[in-house]
Design a protein around this ligand. Sequence first.
Ligand SMILES: *Cc1c(COP(=O)(O)O)cnc(C)c1O
Length: 351
Amino acid sequence: MSNWEANVRKVIPYTPGEQPNQPDMIKLNTNENPYPPAPGVEKVLKGMDTDTMRLYPDPTAGDLVHAIAQNYHLKDEQVFVGVGSDDVLAMSFLTFFNSEKPVLFPDITYSFYDVWADLFRIPYERPALDENFHIKKEDYFKENGGIVFPNPNAPTGVEMPLEDVEDIIRHNPDVIVIVDEAYVDFGGQSALPLIEKYDNLLVVQTFSKSRSMAGMRIGFACGNEKLIKFLNDVKYSFNSYTMDRTALAAGVAAVEDKEYFEETCNKIIETREWTKKELKALGFSFQDSKSNFIFATHATCPAAELFEALREQHIYVRYFPKERIDNFLRITIGTKEEMQKFIDFLKDYLK
Ligand SMILES: *Cc1c(COP(=O)(O)O)cnc(C)c1O
């Protein structure tokens, strides 16, 4: 009998949200943006010369790095890009979390963190959020091998004030603190200005949500030059050409259109605030969200039942059958029209 299985790296993978494909569906389950990318993206893609596909892309992703650096008033050496922020975060775990001491992240948070930690055999602990789903900053003042949390947090939508984020960074000068800002453009306060002050801070963002490009896979990290250099060393030890030519070109076009970006973010914020009022009136409760989703529970109707009822109408939201959050639905903010239909269905169903 052979025993090759003994040498397999066995992992329990992350489960991505469902990607149904029905013409009439209202898709509020994976925090995508309901609006198309900036008009310049279409122009760039239509004008692409397929002959260039013969050639490897720029391994430094120089144009995209430069466009991002310009946009956030940073030096190119302070920016790292990857295939979505999932790729950037995975590289960051591999690069910065190499201690015997446990890495810390909340018990209720982005469910990829424990998957990467297990994959890379990084020990971790998950301090519990308080009963209102807020991070207790003091939990992150103890000895640890690194810290990562989203701000605003997912799937709760709760934002931690920047002073508290800074307090966590200040208490941890000997480890890297990663702030995952996947949702910060929807009204949160970014920790980006702090990268000049703290050399142990890495801020990670993505084009998937606020820039409507989940399908293109672009994420980035900002930090001091030394951190970014270490990240690039690991990247070049893994795959030099992470970003393809289309993503590089489309990404530059997306960052350059600030006006369109602000306009779509504002529309989503406005629709979110409208949706909050409607949900409250229907008997839902939730912590205040600063993201493009609302994590809500209903006073009488169980979340699992609502999830199924919505699904039958081809309205998709996200339900996590996990401890502490199994009576909640995570509802992505779509267009005003989509949210109106969603609310209309609930009004009828809950009456
Ligand atoms: C969506 C999300 C990501 C990953 O986004 P990419 O599509 O890989 O850029 C990372 N962190 C959090 C908290 C997210 O919600």
